[in-house]
Design a protein around this ligand. Sequence first.
Ligand code: MG
Length: 389
Amino acid sequence: MTQLSTKNISILGSTGSIGVQTLQVIEKSNGFFNILYLTTNKNIDLLAEQIQKFKPKGVVINDYQSYLAFKKNYTFDGEVLFGQEGLLRAASDSENDLVVSALVGFSGVSPTISALEAGKDVALANKETLVSAGQYISEISRKNNAKIIAIDSEHNAILQCLLGEDVSKVEKIILTASGGPFLNFDQKKFDEVKVSEALAHPRWSMGKKISIDSATLMNKGFEVIEAHWLFNLSAEQIQVVVHPESIVHSLVQFVDGSIKAQLGPQDMRIPISFALNYPNRFKYDFPRLDLLEVSSLNFIRPDTEKFPCLQFAYDALKLGGNAPAILNAANETAVQSFLDGRISFSSIPKCISYALEKVEHIENPTLKDIFDTDKFTREFTLDFINKII
Ligand code: MG
């Protein structure tokens, strides 16, 4: 067997849920990965621990106060960069072999573009990037011959099912959804849902933003749009089924009627390890799935009346242009307002449908239009929240 050389890697968002789990995979990889940059928004204490352990060449701190606090309280002889500029620098560093984008929300768009433009492969956990700017991201990826490898468990599952297959022979894909914490919750009580209840996902432990998106099924809607760009499929070729056990991570149906599925425990380190080592597989000692313990698997049609956000995503995908960027920005603003206790859980879809209806639709947006749409929709949604809700 040929000895593979080490892989240089930067992790954007190393102190978030995916970032931390990525480092756990790297720790178990017997020195195969060499860390170039680690980045955080505000969590400098955890960043300092990560520096001790992984000895990066540099770090980026996005929040200015936290950047100053880091400089004051910690000594580190590598580069300490600040803000968006720092992120772009880390993402495009010529030594990178792979950039993990685990930033939250629209803030992930520019660094991902920066990495792809530098010809760097991106392991993408930040789905908002593909939702908002999917067309550009796909074009830049193609032009620069830089791969986008999805970390998201569903798309990672599809990627695994497609290994060795002819993509033109795919009839449709089936994305599974756990259904979130409110699968069997009385819809009439959505007004009273507490933040802590919405954050309590039954299957996965994740960051706050994505946990709320999972509770509204917006997350699954985003995944439909993400799948459209990653696998070049129409909205009609992307089906969502609720699968409460979260054992089957997604499926591909081929033109001969055959279906391939990828199964596994609910452990994000498995899709992360696949993305980091793609197209190779390494041995890891993560927990194994015992089918006898699982015993039964259920599949249910999603209720888009109860969870309209899923339908909004299909609508936005069909509308095209800047509609998915409107969807994303309205959702990010609404979710933050819900987390801040300013609006009810049932107001989240109201904010999104209002923005989709009212914000100007641009059929063929430039990248600047996408950024403008994002900025405008946030202000528009905040305004709606302040005045009407
Ligand atoms: Mg997912």
